[in-house]
Write a protein that binds this ligand. Structure first.
Ligand SMILES: [Zn+2]
Length: 273
């Protein structure tokens, strides 16, 4: 069901300081019946006008918005996915209290395009990416745009939120791209590496920058392989049978050291893969 999206999965390119990523599926529990609150606020952005004319996005939780026109059942499913992702993230990064930003759930390609997704990738059911949106005349706010509801909506959101949390400690560009993506993939389980794809890079040193990463995945068939190669490297680095929270804590140590001026390699050590 994700075949049409394969060429775009894991797309990573810059747009207004955003990073982008898109994925493959894992299972999702059916949502239980939360009430959906009334519209009390809205995110105004160029996107809203493009996607739905004058209609605002629908708020379903603080800082969480859904594309207008979404059915009540889908609103409930998205709220459940958000709650699940939030629970995981709170366990992984318990000491981070900074702004996680907005969550924008898009069901249609038009919604994703309106928030900046390229048309070629927008129809992917596993697309998630980060962006910034204007917010009521205030400073633009960070946001993650997540496809949903889809079977893996919660995990796409987790992957993007791992990037957000890592970014609170050190800017994305300060550590190798494979490290950013490997950590997000390992913690979120998204994309899934259950089928153990073979590595696609001779060395992860070859995909240390965003440009190099993008160039690498421009070759068909490499995307899931490089995400899982990166994920497996981080998993090997962590070693043992440790919890996601332990992984997150180890990652934060690296990020904080790099943000304080240390060389990544000096903190991380040699590649294990
Ligand atoms: Zn990513």
């Amino acid at each position: 069901m994700h075949g049409h999206a394969a060429a775009f999965r894991g797309v990573a390119w810059r747009r207004r300081s955003a990073w982008w990523s898109a994925w493959l599926a894992l299972g999702l529990d059916p949502g239980c019946g939360d009430a959906v609150p009334a519209v009390t606020d809205l995110v105004l952005s160029p996107a809203t006008a493009v996607v739905i004319g004058t209609q605002p996005m629908i708020p379903i939780a603080p800082d969480v918005y859904v594309e207008p026109g979404t059915s009540t059942d889908d609103l409930v499913a998205l709220r459940a996915a958000h709650t699940r992702a939030q629970g995981e993230l709170d366990a992984w990064f318990p000491t981070t209290t900074d702004d996680r930003g907005l969550v924008l759930f898009c069901g249609t390609a038009a919604c994703k395009i309106a928030f900046g997704a390229p048309p070629t990738a927008a129809s992917s059911s596993d697309l998630g990416f980060a962006t910034y949106v204007p917010s009521g005349g205030h400073e633009a706010r960070r946001a993650v745009v997540v496809t949903g509801p889809a079977p893996n909506t919660d995990r796409i959101l987790m992957h993007e939120w791992v990037h957000v949390h890592m970014g609170l400690h050190a800017q994305y560009e300060l550590v190798p791209t494979w490290f950013n993506e490997g950590v997000a993939t390992l913690l979120a389980g998204e994309p899934s590496c259950a089928h153990a794809p073979t590595p696609s890079a001779d060395s992860l040193h070859d995909v240390a920058t965003k440009d190099a990463w993008q160039e690498h995945i421009a070759v068909p068939g490499r995307t899931i392989r490089i995400y899982c190669q990166s994920r497996n490297e981080v998993r090997a680095w962590v070693g043992g049978d440790v919890s996601a929270a332990t992984v997150a804590a180890a990652v934060v140590v690296v990020l904080d050291a790099v943000a304080a001026g240390a060389e990544f390699e000096a903190v991380y050590g040699p590649l294990r893969g």
